[in-house]
Design a protein around this ligand. Structure first.
Ligand SMILES: Cc1cc2nc3c(=O)[nH]c(=O)nc-3n(C[C@H](O)[C@H](O)[C@H](O)COP(=O)(O)OP(=O)(O)OC[C@H]3O[C@@H](n4cnc5c(N)ncnc54)[C@H](O)[C@@H]3O)c2cc1C
Length: 383
């Protein structure tokens, strides 16, 4: 992506150096050495190492403790991370670098930003984002109690939950959503179920319970109402953009792998790609890749100009993961019975694609966001 004409002009030597350093570091073999058990997730110290190596705080300005490499740096890093067979590390990095750090960056809370952002950017603190209520009918509640806020609720599927030091918790205060930052060591915070997942196994993911957790009122990261919505859209749009970039690189690599396999294969007495049905399906996936590249470049321009193209990026994320999942499933079909094996490269890729599909919102949520925007435009044009 870095060579795309919309992006290439922003690429400096530091971005290329970052990508090279990350390519050397983020190998399956190296990451496996940081895991608490084989096929498990990385240990807490991994995050400190990422900080030392300069892989955290990539997009955060240098005067806030980051590397000042902006969204271009984020893409450079994700390209390198995409060489890992498991998407978990990419998801953990999105949360640390693009969601929790950016919650602070766009918050109006200067004291919290000054205290925590440099530590997050240097990987000395790990953040998690607690949004998905375990029971949507019983959302997490935030109650004022003098100079304190009291938080009660339970969140599911939280990436980095086990190792996190800081939780960015979305809850309802007087019926309106807010985000509160709290130290995970605060009494009343507990890690619940640690999930045993199909894909994204390299990153921890757990539920978190908040049992009447008391934090100062000053820990509000956003004000209720429009400010919360704008900040939410800002961070989630970055997270979805990152997911689209992950999907792009994974689709590119799957195409290369499928070509290799197809070239060496004969079916019904003919080379694999001599069958029109296979050639056409492969060509369609190439078209998807080209369109995705254009969509990412377009989203990039909007984001670096300081806009938050929520609906545009939601559509892009939905499209990206949909096409990746479809192509991975097709490749499994092309493998025949071999695809039923856990060590099959395409079956493994499919499982990773499924993790990207649900992270940062389901396909339905992406469609809803994109549709609302189209509807808004139709109504505005008609008025
Ligand atoms: C790998 C991974 C990482 C994640 N990381 C985090 C994290 O760090 N923090 C966090 O808080 N959460 C995280 N999540 C949770 C994720 O954001 C949610 O799973 C996702 O938003 C869907 O919410 P849900 O599971 O409550 O499903 P539901 O909201 O119950 O949705 C399930 C289905 O219901 C239907 N549906 C729901 N809403 C609508 C609608 N408005 N219109 C039409 N149909 C609808 C759709 O078919 C949808 O796919 C993660 C999930 C995964 C898989």
């Amino acid at each position: 992506m870095l060579d795309h004409p919309h992006i290439a002009g922003d690429v400096r030597a530091e971005h290329r150096d970052l990508r090279q350093a990350a390519c050397d570091f983020f190998t399956d073999r190296n990451v496996a050495g940081w895991c608490v058990r084989p096929d498990g997730f990385v240990a807490r110290e991994f995050w400190n190492e990422l900080g030392r190596q300069g892989f955290t705080g990539v997009s955060i300005p240098a005067d806030m403790g980051g590397r000042g490499l902006a969204l271009t740096g984020c893409i450079a890093l994700l390209e390198a991370v995409s060489q890992l067979s498991d998407v978990g590390i990419a998801l953990g990095l999105h949360v640390q670098n693009e969601v929790t750090s950016h919650w602070l960056l766009v918050s109006r809370n200067r004291a919290l930003t000054k205290k925590y952002l440099p530590e997050l950017a240097r990987g000395r603190l790990v953040g998690c984002t607690c949004h998905t209520d375990t029971d949507p009918k019983n959302p997490t509640l935030v109650r004022r109690d003098g100079s304190l806020l009291r938080i009660t609720g339970s969140k599911s599927y939280v990436v980095n939950a086990v190792h996190a030091d800081l939780c960015f918790v979305v809850g309802e205060l007087d019926g309106q959503k807010v985000t509160v930052l709290l130290d995970k060591a605060t009494p009343g915070v507990g890690v619940g179920e640690i999930y045993d997942k199909f894909g994204s196994r390299r990153i921890d993911q757990a539920s978190i319970v908040f049992d009447d957790v008391a934090v100062p009122v000053d820990n509000l990261v956003s004000a209720p109402g429009i400010q919360q919505l704008l900040q939410w859209n800002h961070v989630m749009t970055r997270a979805r953009f990152c997911t689209a970039v992950d999907a792009y690189y994974r689709l590119r690599d799957l195409l290369a792998e499928a070509r290799k396999v197809g070239r060496n294969k004969n079916v019904a007495g003919k080379p694999f790609f001599a069958h029109v049905v296979n050639r056409q399906a492969y060509a369609n996936a190439w078209v998807d890749l080209v369109l995705l590249r254009a969509g990412i470049a377009d989203g990039y321009r909007h984001l670096i100009q300081g806009r938050t193209p929520t609906a545009r990026i939601a559509g892009l994320k939905g499209y990206a993961v949909d096409r990746l999942c479809n192509f991975a499933a097709l490749c499994m079909d092309w493998q025949g019975g071999r695809a039923a094996s856990t060590d099959n490269v395409f079956a493994r890729a499919y499982v990773q694609a499924l993790a990207l599909r649900m992270v940062a919102g389901s396909q339905m949520t992406m469609r809803e966001l994109a549709n609302n925007s189209f509807q808004g435009r139709v109504e505005a044009n008609a008025a």
